[in-house]
Structure formats: structure tokens, C-alpha cells
Design a protein around this ligand. Structure first.
Ligand code: CP
Length: 339
């Protein structure tokens, strides 16, 4: 296991002992680089080296979950709060378990029973909780930019667990980790992200991460859910799923976010499934070893058929398993940078 701040990016030499202003890595003369970011807010701001560093750190932590005693003392004495203003199953549980495995203490904030309902602001809520001696705030919020805003108003570390349609960095990282585990590398992979792109923070974090690590990204969906402006971020934008379904290595199927759009963005749910769903017929036209992903929660039978979601080529539960190691890595690294 790792010790203190001695985790280093394998093979990447630092420059002259100075902080590298382009990203959150620093280096001393003759030493390898190490993590220096106090917050984990999004993949847009991370360099390719930083992303690889998180994935490599997660590799070390994955082993912890295979032990009979699934715990390391890395964050003993630290306190993490889950500050969730939106519902969550995977992310909230995964962060809580990740913190427990690192021996941190955990507080679970619930908006439904909090003073937010009496008009307290996000910043006041966070600062009051921080005043009790919190080291890491993990925040999910419906507004894009909420995590970054908090990071400017608190002294502790902030980890973004999803902010509006902006970013979901740990989901992006666990998706990258799962693809790298499956294919051995990300560079050169052809990845299609399919469905409700415009409302998806997962799509944006995946796009940033995949591009930085050298994958080709194809975004697929109806024009109402996929503005052509995504081309400016380096993606190929395609409105006909069947045009690309046979050429990709990975299909990342997104949830249609009905709570945000209803069905007003396409004629009917049946029409969406016919044109953009991963149906049995469409799956037959995929590459033989295509890898199927979905961040969850799934609308079974809408964006993905149940048989495929539960089938041999599905990585959906592997994503969830890997999320734990990735979140352990994220919590550990931001906490090291705060020292
Ligand atoms: N993938 C994801 O963020 O799931 P939850 O909303 O359940 O956390």
C-alpha cells in the first residue's frame, strides 16, 4: 500500500522542483510528480497525467476491497460529509463506503430534513457544517458550478459528486478506469456516448477525460438532446445511431432524464427507443466484443434492453464496483493535497 504523500506518477519526471502551473501536479528536482489539487471539481481542469494518476492510485485501492479486513488507516481522524441536494443511490453510497474503507468519519447530510428548507443558502449550510471540523465536503447539487462555488467559500476540500448538467468527475473517472481495465488502454478506443447528451454531466466528464487520454468520442442522440455545439469540444456528433453502431468499441448508454425533459424532446418514448435505444436487433450489428456501459440509474427497455444490460458484455456493475476504488483514490488524493 502507499505511504503518506509518496504516491507518484509512474515514469513522469517533474520540472526543476517548481509547481507546474498547467495542472495540479508538482515536482521536486530529481523526483517524480505528485498530486497537489485540494479539490476535485471536474475533468475539464485535469491534465492527462493527473487523470492517469487517479486511475493508478485507484488500482492500489482496489486491492483493499479484496482483503478480509477491507480497511486502511489512510484517512483516520479525518471527517467527510456527504452534502447531497439531489437523490442518489450509487454515488452517495460509494463515497460513504470509500470514506469508511479509508477509516474516515462520515456525516450524511440530508436536504429533506435540513435547515435548507427554512431558507438557508448552500454556502451557509456548507460553512456551518465545516465549522464542526469537516475535512472533505462531497457535494451533489442541481446547479452547475455549485461545487466550484463552494470551493471558493470553504477551507476544506470539495469533491464534486455531480453539479447540474456540468460535470460528474468521479463517474467520468470510474468509466475511464473500467474501460482501461477492459481494454488495457484508452488511447485509440472508439467510444459512443448515446442518448440524452444535453442534460448529462456524465457525458461531459466522459468527453473531457476520453479526449485527454486519446480516445475518439462519438456523441449520438436526437438533435433536441444533442446540440451541434458539442463538436467544438472535440466530439463527432451523429444523429443516426445505426451509422456508427457497428464501428465502436464502447457504447455508453445514458439515462433519459425524464425529470428534466418529460417527453417533450422527442415524439414518444417508443420512438426514442426505436431510434436511439440499445435494442437486441441493434446489438447484433455491434462489434463482437463491444463493451456496454451505463452510469445508472437505468430506464430498462428505453435506452437499453434488459437482456443487454444484464448480459455478458455489460460492464454496468463493474462500473459500480470500480467506483469505490476511484472514490477512495479521489478522497485520499485531495486530502493529501490539503496537508
Ligand atoms: N451514476 C450516478 O451518479 O448514480 P446516482 O445518481 O445513483 O448516484
Amino acid at each position: 500500500m502507499m505511504k503518506g504523500d509518496e504516491r507518484r506518477v509512474g515514469g513522469v519526471k517533474g520540472r526543476d522542483g517548481r509547481r507546474d502551473g498547467r495542472d495540479g501536479m508538482s515536482a521536486k528536482a530529481g523526483h517524480h510528480q505528485r498530486w497537489t489539487r485540494k479539490h476535485l471539481l471536474g475533468l475539464q481542469e485535469l491534465s492527462a497525467d493527473e487523470i492517469r494518476f487517479v486511475l493508478d492510485t485507484a488500482d492500489s485501492f482496489k486491492e483493499v476491497s479484496t482483503r478480509s479486513v477491507k480497511k486502511v488507516p489512510a484517512l483516520r481522524g479525518r471527517v467527510m460529509v456527504n452534502l447531497f441536494f439531489e437523490d442518489s443511490t450509487r454515488t452517495r453510497t460509494s463515497f460513504a463506503l470509500a470514506a469508511q474503507r479509508l477509516s474516515a468519519d462520515i456525516i450524511d447530510f440530508s436536504q429533506k430534513t435540513s435547515s435548507v428548507n427554512k431558507g438557508e443558502t448552500l454556502i451557509d449550510t456548507a460553512r456551518n457544517i465545516e465549522a464542526m471540523g469537516i475535512d472533505i465536503i462531497v457535494v451533489r447539487h442541481p446547479a452547475g458550478g455549485a461545487a466550484e462555488l463552494l470551493s471558493r467559500h470553504v477551507k476544506c476540500s470539495v469533491v464534486n459528486a455531480g453539479d447540474g448538467a456540468h460535470e460528474h468527475p468521479t463517474q467520468g473517472l470510474l468509466d475511464l478506469y473500467t474501460m482501461r481495465e477492459r481494454f488495457g488502454k484508452i488511447e485509440g478506443l472508439k467510444v459512443a456516448i448515446v442518448g440524452d447528451i444535453v442534460n448529462s454531466r456524465v457525458a461531459r466528464s466522459n468527453l473531457w477525460g476520453l479526449k485527454k487520454l486519446g480516445a475518439e468520442v462519438i456523441l449520438v442522440g436526437p438533435p433536441t438532446l444533442l446540440p451541434r455545439a458539442f463538436e467544438q469540444l472535440g466530439a463527432r456528433v451523429v444523429y443516426d445511431f445505426d451509422e456508427v453502431v457497428g464501428e465502436v468499441d464502447v457504447l455508453n448508454m445514458l439515462r433519459v432524464q425524464f425529470e428534466r425533459i418529460g417527453t417533450s424532446q422527442f415524439p414518444s418514448v417508443r420512438e426514442f427507443t426505436r431510434l436511439f435505444g440499445l435494442t437486441g436487433d441493434r446489438f447484433k450489428r455491434c462489434k463482437k466484443d463491444v463493451f456496454v456501459m451505463h452510469p445508472g440509474p437505468m430506464n430498462r427497455g428505453i435506452e437499453i434492453s434488459s437482456e443487454i444490460a444484464d448480459g455478458a458484455q455489460s460492464g454496468i456493475l463493474k462500473q459500480v464496483t470500480n467506483g469505490l476504488a476511484v472514490r477512495m483514490a479521489g478522497l485520499y488524493l485531495v486530502s493529501q493535497a490539503s496537508d
